[in-house]
Unconditional design. Structure first.
Length: 117
């Protein structure tokens, strides 16, 4: 961030970030994993066949890891929601930084005392 920005400009940037939040869709935390499972091929002894892909959503609930199996279409929708959550986190971090700068510029701080000798 630039050091000499006016309060008006900082508030404008904050409002743009808030508008960006309003456009986000569903939010989810977690990770989507695509898995394939290699197994012995019953039709070709000594060879393996890959089964899948299988999609899994892993997240934390009450400090425990939970894994849910998903269909391909669910995995796509859930991944969009996870991406939205990550955008939310990035945007709120920027908003916190701007908020601090706005508050520092619009409030008076405690006067510093001169050090004693």
């Amino acid at each position: 961030m630039k050091s000499g920005e006016s309060t008006r400009l900082l508030k404008h940037r904050y409002a743009r970030l808030a508008a960006r939040l309003a456009k986000l869709g569903p939010l989810l935390q977690g990770t989507i994993t695509e898995r394939t499972v290699p197994r012995d091929d019953p039709h070709r002894p000594g060879k393996q066949k890959a089964y899948g892909p299988y999609y899994q959503w892993t997240f934390k609930r009450n400090a425990k890891t939970v894994t849910v199996n998903l269909t391909r279409s669910q995995a796509k929708a859930y991944q969009r929601a996870i991406d939205n959550h990550r955008k939310l986190e990035q945007t709120t971090q920027k908003m916190r930084q701007l908020s601090l700068r706005i508050l520092e510029q619009t409030t008076t701080s405690v006067k510093k005392r001169k050090p004693r000798r």
